[in-house]
Design a protein around this ligand. Structure first.
Ligand SMILES: Nc1ncnc2c1ncn2[C@@H]1O[C@H](COP(=O)(O)OP(=O)(O)OP(=O)(O)O)[C@@H](O)[C@H]1O
Ligand SMILES: [Mg+2]
Length: 207
């Protein structure tokens, strides 16, 4: 049986890594084979692109070049790792995927309009979309509180209005694709979020 592709989305600090790692553990405990990947990254090219994109000194990268770097990293990740894993029945948990580009590059940075961005995503992934996406929706103040004290990378030093636009982008996506994208109130405790995710997967007959 083909594996499932599950992505985790939300603002910086929303809890994507915490939740996706916890789900990986719970799935492995019932014998599901899991591949956890992060974006950008997960391949040699992708990790190189990640270093480029997150370098604090890299302030002058043009927004369009940035968009295509994210898409290139994703194309490579899908080709090298995600498709082969899914074909082997492995579940892929993606810490950011598809929707981040729409939220950050289209809504946040206005590099391209949202519809066009969706087309570019389809092109980059060869039509592969997540089976289900968990959007960890966290009020901006709370996201900032969680990250307080940690040194921000280049992507995190943008202004508050930018993050509000990103959140609007996630909201737009969720309204458009309510079947695929499940909104989770991210201020709930980690165990409650994991249980909520598990219930969605059970209800869909995935596990
Ligand atoms: N449900 C939760 N409730 C309270 N704190 C949480 C919750 N989930 C994660 N945290 C804490 O919030 C911080 C950010 O969590 P995490 O790294 O999982 O977020 P992230 O979405 O992966 O962030 P980034 O986009 O920066 O990678 C961590 O200190 C983590 O321990
Ligand atoms: Mg993370």
């Amino acid at each position: 049986m083909r594996g499932r592709l599950i992505s985790f989305e939300g603002l910086d600090g929303a809890g994507k890594t915490t939740l996706s790692r916890a789900l990986a553990g719970r799935l492995e405990a019932i014998g599901v084979r899991v591949l956890w990947v992060r974006e950008p990254g997960g391949t040699e090219l992708g990790e190189e692109i990640r270093r480029w994109l997150l370098a604090t000194s890299l302030r002058e990268l043009s927004p369009m070049a940035e968009l295509f770097l994210f898409l290139a990293a994703r194309a490579e990740l899908v080709h090298e790792r995600i498709r082969p894993a899914l074909q082997e029945g492995i579940w892929v948990l993606a810490d950011r995927f598809w929707d981040s580009t729409v939220a950050y590059q289209a809504f946040g940075r206005h590099v391209v309009d949202a519809e066009r961005c969706l087309e570019l995503n389809l092109l980059a992934t060869g039509g592969l979309r997540p089976d289900v996406t968990f959007w960890l929706d966290l009020p901006l103040e709370e996201a900032l509180r969680r990250k307080a004290g940690l040194p921000g990378d280049r992507m995190e030093q943008a202004d508050l209005a930018f993050f509000e636009r990103v959140r609007d982008g996630y909201r737009w996506l969720q309204e458009r694709e309510g079947e695929r994208i499940v909104r989770l109130p991210a201020s709930r405790p980690p165990e409650a979020l994991l249980d909520a995710v598990w219930e969605v997967l059970r209800n869909r007959g995935y596990c």
